[in-house]
Ligand binder design. Structure first.
Ligand code: SF4
Ligand code: SF4
Length: 501
């Protein structure tokens, strides 16, 4: 385009813009206000309604919320979430809202009544902001521990999320992929169902597991090991599944797994307020009950909490539910588990929210750490019920990855300050979440699942280190054999040469 042509086109664009300005109406109609859909508050039971009124606005939750620690917007702390929800609920329910919605009362009277009673119709923007704040929470339960009014906050947030989803406002856009994946593939990681057992075939081939997991349908074992989606699909977290299998095999436990029939526990749906969780819970309950098992164990704190605490609200379980560390701590007490090989290391321990605060499982992991010779625990200042959340749960990682990364970094800093070389937890979700913090902060601390230390002390070696060493030895042998072959091939023609007279 020549300069003249360019100038011509600029003039044309300016003319079109001016034309538009000239033809635009002088007093445009205000954009129609988007109607706010009804939040079905009538679905809340009396306990929740009382809890909403019980908040004394003391603000204790503000000092403890790990999300607020990284995003200091007061609107996301429990106190404000409760206030904003109540304002929304009151504006949509009760006598005043009935007056405001009634066709029998004229607009000027409504205006007067509204002004006298301080009535304000909620706007779509206000609802959107409340929804955003409600989901900016990892459901870690820290506010519940410190709340002097004893508000059962985690269950309250989950119920409010369910109301929000029912009204068509939740979950947040980035969280919808998790839901879709659970509905399509029975796992939140968008992986095909057939891939659920792939890790075990690979692990056997790589000599990482003593035996491939036994299928409970065939063994009729009394203990069902529920892996959960994260340990089954995430290549970085497969060590949890591998070590758990090695522990159970070494202890000769009468266990079994569901294999390809294992499905997501549904935790992710429940935490995000999706009503589909009920269907998934019921299907799993029916499947578990049909197995005739006595105990279900899981090395995932999220699955454990969900099956142990949330499933019974939907249906009866004919078996007990334990986290693997609790099951092993019990064997330790009865003398069926003893550790003989030392694991000489200084570690610090991160209590997973779903094992610790949610179910009180603080002692079992510490009992095991204490029993492993050589393992030295250096506690972080925030431990047990005050353990600082890594941010991986409650849909926060999917909805607010940046906040989760900062929360994990904060926890990593605390772990580093103890001087320990390893950060240990017992949850694949925490493992994943804290790894983010290690990656972002470039920390040299090593993330481990407690199952790794248990397996190492039982076997006398770390299966991953051994497999790595074996692979290196094999590679060296192969290279040596190749070098030998090459030097022999070189020598051969020389030997065949006629001696020079
Ligand atoms: S559950 Fe945790 S993240 Fe959510 S509001 Fe309470 S303290 Fe904050
Ligand atoms: S700690 Fe409990 S009572 Fe106090 S402001 Fe927070 S939610 Fe309300």
């Amino acid at each position: 385009m020549t300069i003249e042509e360019k100038q011509g086109s600029d003039i044309l664009i300016n003319e079109i813009a001016e034309d538009k300005e000239n033809t635009a109406p002088l007093n445009p109609e205000p954009k129609a206000k988007e109607a706010v859909r009804q939040i079905p508050i009538h679905k809340l039971d009396m306990k929740r309604l009382i809890e909403l009124d019980a908040c004394t606005r003391c603000g204790e939750c503000l000092s403890w919320c790990p999300v607020y620690d990284q995003d200091s917007r007061e609107n996301l702390i429990p106190r404000r979430k409760i206030m904003d929800f109540l304002r929304l609920a009151r504006s949509q329910n009760g006598f005043l809202s009935w007056i405001m919605k009634s066709d029998r009362i004229n607009d000027s009277l409504k205006k007067i009544i509204g002004r006298i009673c301080g009535y304000r119709e909620p706007t779509k923007e206000q609802v959107d902001e409340f929804v955003f704040n409600l989901y900016e929470c990892s459901t870690c339960g820290q506010c519940e521990v410190v709340c002097p009014a004893h508000i059962d906050t985690v269950n309250l947030w989950e119920e409010l999320r369910r109301l929000i989803v029912r009204a068509g406002y939740g979950p947040l856009e980035p969280q919808k992929a998790l839901r879709k994946s659970v509905m399509t593939y029975d796992n939140p990681w968008q992986q095909p169902r057939a891939g659920r057992t792939k890790w075990s075939r690979r692990a056997k081939k790589d000599n990482l597991i003593l035996e491939e997991p036994r299928e409970i349908q065939k063994t009729k074992g009394k203990v069902l090991l529920f892996f959960g989606c994260t340990a089954s699909y995430d290549a970085n977290v497969k060590q949890v599944a591998i070590n758990t299998i090695n522990i159970l095999e070494t202890l000769n436990i009468d266990y079994g797994v569901l294999g390809k029939d294992e499905k997501c526990c549904g935790s992710v749906l429940l935490r995000m307020g999706d009503p589909e969780y009920k269907r998934l819970f019921q299907e799993n309950i029916d499947q578990f009950n049909s197995l005739g098992i006595e105990t279900l164990i899981s090395s995932c704190s999220g699955c454990f909490k969900t099956i142990m605490q949330d499933y019974p609200k939907i249906g009866k379980l004919n078996f007990e539910v334990l986290h693997t560390v609790e099951y092993l701590a019990r064997l330790l007490k009865t003398g069926e588990l003893t550790f003989s090989h030392p694991v000489n290391r200084d570690i610090t321990f991160h209590d997973p929210c779903h094992l610790g605060r949610a179910t009180g499982g603080f002692d079992a992991p510490r009992m095991i750490i204490d029993a492993i010779p050589g393992l030295n625990l250096v506690e972080m200042p925030r431990n047990r019920e005050y353990s600082r959340c890594c941010g991986a749960g409650g849909g926060l990682k999917a909805g607010f990855p940046d906040i989760q990364g900062r929360m994990a970094q904060r926890r990593i800093k605390e772990a580093e300050d103890t001087g320990a070389k390893e950060l240990v937890s017992c949850c694949p979700f925490c493992y994943q979440g804290l790894q983010v913090g290690i990656g972002v902060s470039g920390s040299s601390i090593v993330m481990k699942d407690l199952s790794a230390h248990i397996a190492e002390s039982l076997l006398g070696y770390d299966v991953f280190e051994r497999a790595e060493k074996e692979a290196e030895d094999k590679k060296r042998e192969k290279e040596a054999a190749k070098a030998k072959k090459e030097s022999e091939a070189k020598r051969e023609p020389e030997a065949k040469k006629e001696p020079v007279e």
